[in-house]
Design a protein around this ligand. Structure first.
Ligand SMILES: [Zn+2]
Length: 157
């Protein structure tokens, strides 16, 4: 990607303690433009489309909200919606998003056996926006990272 001044500003807001306590980059030491480029390549390799995946994640979140905090089964997945209140701004400053986190995990795995980022995805409205609009899946080690390979596995792409 070509990094514009607005991207530089957004990247500086991804550090821990600016918009969220943990920030958006996890333990990733790559610059954000590199994370985005590599995840775009992974999406292409896996034959996935950012808009389509964002739409599916939003649909699953919607389904999950019907469980009112309890996990509910949707297709091959257990979807569980949290109850965090409040809003978060996008690092690119183009919107405010609900903080409520949703988790997706395979329905046939016991909950204790699930590890965030390995077989469980956790995301919020902001994560979906970051994925759809900015192609930003967040850094490795971020609890909210939407790893392309794991998306492909859970959404059966
Ligand atoms: Zn944005």
């Amino acid at each position: 990607m070509k990094v514009k001044p607005s991207d530089r500003e957004a990247f500086s807001r991804m550090a821990p303690g600016v918009l969220t306590a943990g920030g958006f980059l996890g333990t990733d030491t790559r610059p954000p433009e590199e994370i985005i480029a590599e995840d775009e390549a992974a999406f292409a390799r896996l034959g996935m489309d950012f808009d389509q995946v964002a739409w599916e994640l939003a649909q699953l979140a919607e389904e999950g909200s019907k469980g009112l905090g309890e996990p509910i089964k949707v297709r091959n997945l257990l979807v569980q919606a949290g109850d965090a209140r409040g809003m978060l701004p996008c690092p690119w400053n183009d919107g405010l998003f609900h903080k409520t986190a949703v988790s997706l995990r395979p329905a046939d795995l016991p909950p204790g056996a699930c590890v965030e980022g390995e077989d469980m995805l956790v995301y919020s409205e902001l994560s979906i926006h970051l994925l759809k609009v900015h192609h930003f899946c967040q850094g490795l080690g971020s609890p909210f990272r939407l790893a392309p390979e794991l998306i492909a596995e859970l959404l059966e792409k």
